[in-house]
Ligand binder design. Structure first.
Ligand code: FO1
Length: 455
């Protein structure tokens, strides 16, 4: 196969270099999409390896700390990586774990091993983009990025920060038929080389400098296989009633797939294909879920890609900053410190239950995520402090912390991102408010509180 015939609609070049002429290997630098199957970045790298008659190798660079990630997150990720390493081995693809700063490590490795081409996956987040830009400069050969996390590559669906789902949705639906295609199978690597030994995962664990204050959660089993099982369970048990049950945190109505999506254990496109296959039976559930999985989730990548301040109040629209400013001096019904929030010590039993749910399970119900964030705004001295506390708690306890989804939920809840102004009221100004009494109308709050009591 020739390079020009490749399916490169999901790829873009990160530098202008040709493949290194003296190249010995093609590299897939795995980062956001930690799986062997249903991975467009790996498939693209395999195409290059076939085309250039070179072996294919996968590297992952582990950083000793990462944006407030705790033992909970690292354990989930390492289990998935171990499974992925073993799976790649069955396809005769070597996997090496590098340790340290990804920008330096990948560039050094690519130079030392003479990588003809480096392919990596895509992330809209600041740190990941800095890593990728540095590697593109220093790898010594062609570097490509492939969006293996969105059905439609984030840079292709839109070239600017969207106003909301109403501007983004038509762009998605226009391109969806072209991009929602089935995956080719990962092939056994034809041009081989002796495979490196599996990483010594215990030595790797000892090397990490991770905060052990938040331990693994028993509620989510890590890894691509567990992700596939969670998807099968969702399709069999929840999709039929998804449109009605998803907003009731006392029902098991949500997909519960976000931890698997965050680490790339599960491909969103695989989920979309599976869900779409059931459209004739469950039209309503499928329509509602596709809106969440594709339109809303990919909109959050759009926000983070085009809004440099995606994790602070500086990123929200001018009208929202102005209205929050106008209400800075408003008296608050209560104010709490970060520690009090963290220990679920507010006067609001529903809020405390949501916090406990997140701490204990590693995932707060989606509906409560909005309420939870908005109440932090109501009960802190300034919107900036509220923003910081919300990001801190989300990233510390949610298994899918540090994800565009989380940042965008906070920007939506606190800063009116992707929403229009609402009638003005104290503290919130024109930012949409949510009331405890609203929860009472929606679901059995007492049952939710009982289910999420502190131990
Ligand atoms: N990606 C990496 O390439 N190396 C890491 O060590 C790493 C740690 C990590 C910890 C928690 C977490 O939620 C994600 C983590 N990721 C890591 C994945 C990261 O989200 C993606 O690499 C993004 O591309 C970064 O922008």
């Amino acid at each position: 196969m020739s390079a020009v015939m490749m399916d490169d609609r999901r790829a873009r070049a990160l530098n202008t270099m040709p493949p290194r002429p003296d190249g010995r290997v093609v590299l897939y630098w795995m980062s956001r999409d930690q799986r062997a199957h249903d991975n467009w970045a790996l498939l693209y790298a395999q195409q290059w390896a076939t085309d250039l008659h070179l072996p294919l190798r996968v590297v992952f660079t582990l950083t000793p700390t990462f944006l407030g990630a705790t033992e909970r997150h690292y354990e989930f990720m390492l289990a998935g990586l171990a499974e992925t390493e073993a799976e790649l081995r069955t396809h005769r693809i070597g996997f090496s774990l590098l340790q340290g700063d990804p920008a330096a490590q990948v560039a050094r490795y690519a130079q030392a091993e003479r990588a003809a081409v480096v392919v990596t996956d895509f992330s809209p987040l600041r740190l990941g983009r800095q890593w990728r830009a540095a590697v593109a400069e220093a790898a010594g050969g062609a570097v490509y990025e492939v969006d293996a996390h969105n059905v439609i590559p984030a840079w292709r669906v839109s070239d600017k920060e969207e106003f909301g789902a109403y501007t983004f949705r038509p762009k998605v639906h226009r391109l969806l038929p072209d991009y929602l295609t089935d995956f080719p199978a990962l092939e056994d690597q034809a041009i081989g080389e002796p495979l490196p030994a599996a990483p010594d995962w215990e030595a790797v664990r000892r090397w990490l400098q991770v905060d052990t204050g938040v331990g693994p959660t028993p509620f989510f089993i890590p890894g691509p296989q567990a992700g596939a099982k969670a998807l099968a369970r969702f399709l069999a048990e929840r999709l039929a009633n998804y449109a009605h049950a998803r907003n009731d945190p006392t029902l098991q109505g949500a997909s519960d797939l976000s931890p698997y999506l965050h680490y790339g254990h599960l491909s969103p496109q695989r989920v979309a294909l599976a869900v779409n296959g059931l459209r004739p039976q469950y039209t309503e559930g499928v329509t509602a879920y596709v809106e969440e999985l594709i339109v809303r989730r990919e909109l959050s990548d759009n926000y983070c890609l085009y809004q440099p301040h995606y994790d602070s109040l500086a990123g929200v629209k001018e009208w929202a900053r102005r209205t929050l400013d106008d209400h800075r001096g408003d008296s608050r019904p209560a104010t709490y410190t970060r520690d009090q929030f963290e220990r679920a010590e507010t006067h609001d039993a529903a809020w405390n239950a949501a916090q406990v749910e997140m701490v204990q399970r590693g995932k707060m119900h989606n509906y409560m995520r909005m309420y939870w964030a908005k109440k932090i705004l109501e009960w802190t001295r300034s919107p900036e402090e509220a923003y910081e506390i919300a990001v801190y708690l989300n990233d510390r306890y949610e298994l899918d912390g540090r994800d565009p989804n989380g940042y965008t939920n906070i920007a939506w809840s606190l800063g009116g991102v992707h929403v229009r102004p609402w009638p003005e009221r104290p503290i919130f100004g024109k930012i949409r408010y949510m009331a405890y009494s609203g929860l009472l109308k929606k679901f059995d709050v007492a049952a939710y509180v009982r289910a999420n009591a502190t131990a």
